[in-house]
Design a protein around this ligand. Structure first.
Ligand code: ATP
Length: 885
């Protein structure tokens, strides 16, 4: 869609306007915007209709028609269609029509499944859509990034993904990662000055382009291009969505499916050969063999597994855990260690200032004089934004500090007007402090706040009851330690005065010769549900590990309150971490579960050390520096509320509620989904092998071919599709979180499943052949309808019994999977319809069964259920004995 407009933001004219060559004021004038007010809501709406949404249109997607056509693009299906048509030509027109109908139905089901999976995946992607902060009507507004329009004023800070092409108006220590656009991996320092018009893209320092990320600092820019008009949009053709990578499970299933296919084709060829030798009609035998091959080859397995995984992922999203990569659903079930941040994930991130230590003693905040420098420092050395409803947006630590100062009577707007900020050294987790500089008449006042050990070394003096004296670190350290033992986050506050501003690069000189003003202690209560989640982890064989930037003493207090460590549990500090080499660290992480004063950049070493010990690691993170560790962990977990776009990009799971307990819930869900996939595979493979066995073995017992091709196809249609899918709704087994994690290398058929599939397939075939032999011996003319019905019913009985691999159906509760009951009911009804509907039964070579015959079918087929339940009972008994021994 091409657009042109007076702002020149349309694709045709974007080239003409060299935004980077214009000064900020000229850009604002051209775009009709205001740096302090932004656009009005009304104007933004008008521009939205003119420019359309700010989104990159996706590359070519497989159309519905192609998806449908793909359902028929299978050699076996094509052969079957060919054979059916051939038999029609010879005169069996009814057969041809029914076979074609079944094939079409089969394709429709396959199509519906695939479309459903695609929908679920698309819905997940929509949930993960990025947001941006733009000024509208003079207030910062959090909005979905696709609603941005040219002229919007966007606020950016470290961790943001740039939501549209921006001409920068303000840049404070702003550094961008532009690798995605220019391939340049070194951070690019940004400033607002205009550049020569012919500056290449990679050197336009006044611009921030969509798709790049803020690594450091903060800034403000005006949107000059959105959506396909952005630089990223221009190269969007290169970003055509690649096919989603297959999960390890899907890969294994594809290989497995191929092996089964080869085996099935060989057996079917054999059946065809034997049939010919016995003098059966060649075309009939060909159709039989082909139908059997179509029924036996589990070609839909990988697709159905995608559906199971995607359905599971959408269920997780409802429980606040957003899966960004499908394979994560599988890996979740294998997680052995969960490394979690403290603040906000294990705690509520609901900070409140509860203690102040100033002038050499504890004081109430309210007791501080409203003119106290400490209070002004809390207010001004602070980056929160306040929206029109007086609601603060920003770092919870800073919100708590602002609130305390505001409660004590200080007004942020007034103070900021009196002493406007002129420079800053932004907070980062490695420095653990931040500094701002404010003009105060013709002098400058410096405020620094941060971790005590990061601030005290900058101080030469301190305020006491007697005024300003030389710094005495001893009582301060004692006070800080006491606060930390109570689990408080402790910050030191300092101030300095300067006659002149240092020149550009020498800003760091500001953090010298400061005067210590006091300590503040913030409480951040542990999340009540985190304690329970920690216990659940323990029972499930998963070790929770806390990694925090906070002080070791604070960290220990919180870890103990949550049960992560006991009374004597030790804490590894960032300094110790640095002193350990990799093998030593690998040994250390076996025992230690709390890491404090750790820079996010060191998290990757912890992940690597744990992985070296064979652990499967989930790791949380929210900042830019967390991204490498998130990408490296088996499951990177980012925060949906507090986290940065960069961390979310690197993660495979996003916690919409930032809550540790949600990770544990996701692990549970991951285990459940994997269990269900296994049950589904077990069900399908056992059923298919039963069909093959029955037809293959019949001649060896001197029995005629038990089923006609249409019946084989029908059984495949009604049993594989619905009941199999209903297993997605199967609730987790009772012991799901009291058994150890699944070893990641464990194959799908390990743990005896291959054997179970083998014998239950044989037993189901035996039941079918016994029914055939018995009915034939009694001269029952309905023998084939009985075989047809028994083979359908055994599969229903089987699925009921394998809903749990351990518990009996009766403890599980018959009603605990209603979709499955519904599916079984429907299958039963369809089978009855095929047998009893006049005309239809003829097409299926079936006849109405008498009540007695039907009862025999139900009872005979129930044998498999009884046997499977017996086996589970014996296994439970043995397990109990083993436990007792
Ligand atoms: P966790 O890793 O548990 O989530 P965290 O990420 O909040 O903790 P950081 O944000 O890295 O840890 O903070 C580390 C230290 O830096 C804190 O203990 C505190 O002393 C100091 N600090 C935190 N926030 C600020 C801030 N806004 N200004 C100044 N110093 C801060």
């Amino acid at each position: 869609m091409a657009r042109t407009d007076e702002h020149g933001a349309g694709p045709e004219t974007a080239d003409a306007v060299r935004w980077h060559a214009l000064g900020p004021d000229a850009v604002l004038a051209r775009l009709g915007s205001d740096a302090a007010q932004g656009l009005t809501g009304e104007e933004a709406r008008a521009r939205a209709t003119r420019f359309g949404p700010n989104e990159i249109r996706e590359g070519r997607q497989r159309g519905r028609l192609a998806m449908l056509a793909a359902q028929f693009a299978d050699v076996m299906i094509l052969l079957l269609i060919g054979a059916a048509i051939l038999s029609g030509v010879i005169g069996e027109l009814a057969d041809t029509l029914v076979i074609l109908a079944i094939v079409v139905l089969n394709a429709a089901i396959g199509f519906a499944q695939e479309a459903r999976a695609a929908r679920a995946v698309a819905a997940l992607r929509r949930l993960a859509a990025p947001t941006a902060v733009a000024l509208r009507d003079g207030h910062p507004d959090h909005l979905p990034a696709d609603r941005l329009v040219p002229g919007d004023i966007v606020l950016i800070e470290a961790g943001n993904a740039i939501p549209a092409d921006l001409r920068l108006l303000e840049a404070a220590g702003l550094q961008l990662g532009e690798a995605s656009l220019t391939g340049e991996s070194v951070p690019v320092v940004k400033h607002v000055a205009a550049a020569p018009a012919d500056q290449p893209l990679a050197e336009r320092h006044g611009m921030a382009y969509k798709g790049t990320v803020v690594l450091n600092g903060r800034g403000r820019g005006v949107v000059v291009a959105t959506g396909m008009a952005t630089e990223l949009g221009r190269i969007a053709a290169m970003l055509e969505t690649a096919a989603a990578p297959r999960t390890p499970l899907q890969q294994r299933l594809t290989v497995f499916g191929r092996q089964i296919a080869i085996a099935a084709i060989l057996i079917c060829a054999l059946i065809f050969g034997i049939g010919l030798l016995r003098g059966e009609a060649p075309l009939l035998m060909l159709l039989t063999a082909l139908s059997l091959a179509v029924a036996a080859i589990p070609e839909a397995l990988p697709a159905v597994v995608t559906v199971l995984l995607a359905l599971g992922a959408s269920r997780m999203a409802r429980a606040q855990a957003l899966i960004r990569r499908l394979p994560a659903v599988e890996t979740l079930g294998s997680v052995t260690t969960i490394c979690s941040d403290k603040t906000g994930t294990l705690t509520l991130n609901d900070m409140r200032l509860t203690e102040v230590w100033a002038g050499g003693q504890r004081q109430a905040v309210a007791a501080l004089d409203e003119h106290a420098p400490l209070l002004r420092a809390l207010l001004l050395c602070n980056d929160i934004a306040v929206d029109e409803t007086a609601h603060a947006i920003g770092d919870p630590t800073e919100i708590a500090l602002w609130r305390a100062a505001a409660d004590a009577g200080l007004d942020r707007g007034r103070e900021a007007a009196l002493t406007p900020r002129v420079a800053e050294l932004p907070f980062d987790s490695a420095r653990r402090r931040m500094t701002t500089v404010h003009r105060d008449g013709n002098r400058f006042v410096v405020y620094t706040k941060g971790a005590p050990e990061a601030v005290l070394p900058l101080c030469a003096t301190m305020t006491t009851g007697q005024g300003v004296t030389a710094l005495d670190p001893e009582p301060i350290a004692q006070a800080a330690a006491r606060m930390a033992e109570d689990g408080l986050r402790v910050l030191a506050i300092a101030q300095g005065a300067r006659n002149a501003m240092p020149s550009g690069d020498a800003l760091a000189e500001l953090e010298q010769d400061l005067t210590f003003l006091g300590l503040v202690g913030l409480i951040d209560p542990p999340r009540p549900e985190a304690r329970v989640a920690v216990e659940t982890c323990r029972a499930a064989g998963i070790r929770p590990v806390m990694i925090t930037g906070d002080h070791p003493v604070t960290a220990r207090a919180i870890a103990r309150a949550l049960g992560i460590i006991g009374d004597g549990g030790d804490v590894v500090t960032g300094r110790e971490l640095q002193s350990l080499d990799d093998p030593a660290l690998a040994r250390r992480v076996r025992e230690a579960s709390v890491f404090a004063r750790v820079d996010p950049s060191e998290k990757i070493r912890i992940v690597t050390a744990l992985q070296a010990n064979g652990e499967i690691v989930a790791m949380t993170g929210d900042g830019v520096n967390d991204a490498p560790a998130l990408a490296h962990a088996d499951i990177g977990v980012a925060m949906g509320r507090g986290g940065t776009d960069v961390a979310r990009e690197a993660a495979s799971l996003v916690l919409l509620d930032d809550n540790f307990a949600t990770i544990v819930a996701a692990v549970r869900e991951g285990r459940r989904i994997y269990d269900n996939v296994r049950k589904f595979v077990r069900f399908v493979v056992a059923c298919n092998s039963a069909e093959i066995w029955a037809i293959f073995l019949a001649p060896f017992f001197g029995l005629p071919v038990p089923l006609v091709p249409i019946q084989i196809l029908w059984i495949n249609l009604v049993t594989d599709g619905l009941p199999g899918l209903a297993l997605a709704a199967e609730p987790g087994e009772p012991d799901i979180m009291s058994r150890p994690p699944r070893p990641p290398r464990e194959g799908l058929f390990d743990n005896g499943m291959l054997w179970d599939v083998f014998w239950s397939g044989l037993v189901m075939a035996a039941i079918t052949l016994f029914t055939e032999a018995g009915a034939l011996r009694l001269g029952d003319t309905h023998w084939q309808t009985m075989v047809f019905t028994v083979l359908t019913f055994v599969q229903m009985w089987q699925i009921m019994a394998i809903r749990s691999s351990r518990a009996s159906l009766f403890t599980q509760g018959l009603l605990s999977n209603r979709p499955l009951l519904g599916a079984i009911g429907l299958t039963f009804a369809l089978q009855m319809a095929v047998i009893y509907t006049p005309g239809l039964n003829g097409a299926f070579n079936a006849a109405p069964l008498t009540a007695a015959e039907l009862a025999v079918c139900v009872l005979a087929s129930s044998l498999i259920f009884i046997l499977l339940e017996l086996v589970k009972w014996v296994r439970r008994l043995r397990a109990r004995r083993r436990q007792a021994a």
